[in-house]
Design a protein around this ligand. Structure first.
Ligand code: PEP
Length: 237
């Protein structure tokens, strides 16, 4: 199986900038990895029509209804969207998404054959009080309740590493990723893929991708400038 490079563009870039972005990456995205773009939802179709795998940054749990401003998993699937992120720490923090809601979103997405990348990870405070493993164990237990995990990938994203320029050491990443795999195997008897996310950049991508337990990366800020992105992927291609 190819390692994954998931690119979370977050809430960045205007329409003209996205057209330029797609032009800049044309014929430059490697086949050696499963590269998935997670642009703002209004641009999903542009990436899809250009032949890329695409994912939504967020999804509602219902297929339709009176939920002004939301996008349903059914709607995403009908557009040809392949993946969705669920439980990104920015959603947990700024939009108060709790474990019950996240579990509902995972279920709604899978019901519509959207593949899910579920984000888990500890805050700085939790890390400093030695709660990393218990926090992650709880997130896995609560977010994945009553779910068939075949189309689920986990992204280990320490909240303190996101957008901060700080990353755990290779050994720390390996330890947490291996812990996640072990827990999921114990509870669900399935080998799950686990990505690392948090301040991945040109300087550290080679090291992080070389960790055997890591099945890929989830990249935020380093994916916003298409020239930087291509030169970063070139390093591991
Ligand atoms: C993210 O938003 O998932 C992320 C990993 O961001 P950054 O790469 O900017 O830390």
């Amino acid at each position: 199986m190819k390692k994954i490079i998931a690119l979370n563009l977050k809430m960045n870039l205007g329409y003209k900038e996205i057209l330029d972005y797609i032009k800049t990456i044309q014929n430059k995205v490697t086949d050696n990895y499963e590269v998935i773009f997670f642009p703002t939802s209004i641009y999903l179709d542009l990436f899809k029509k250009s032949g890329y795998l695409v994912g939504a940054q967020n999804v509602h749990f219902e297929n339709k209804g009176a939920y002004t401003g939301e996008i349903s998993p059914y709607q995403l699937k009908s557009l040809g969207v392949d993946y969705t992120l669920v439980g990104h720490s920015e959603r947990r923090l700024h939009f108060k998404e709790n474990d019950i809601l996240i579990n509902e979103k995972v279920k709604g997405a899978l019901k519509n054959q959207l593949k899910v990348i579920l984000c888990v990870g500890e805050t700085d405070e939790e890390r400093l009080s030695n709660k990393t493993y218990s926090v992650i164990e709880n997130q896995l237990k609560n977010n994945l309740q009553n779910i068939d995990l075949e189309d689920v990938t986990i992204a280990y994203e320490p909240v303190w590493a996101i957008g901060s320029g700080k990353t755990p050491t290779k050994d720390e990443i390996d330890e947490v990723v291996s812990f996640i795999k072990k827990k999921v195997k114990q509870e669900n008897a399935i080998d799950i893929r686990v990505l690392y996310g948090g301040s991945v950049n040109k300087e550290n991508i080679k090291d992080i991708m070389s960790i055997e337990s890591v099945d890929g990366v989830l990249v935020g800020s380093s994916s916003i400038d298409p020239n930087y992105l291509i030169s970063m992927i070139d390093i591991i291609d």
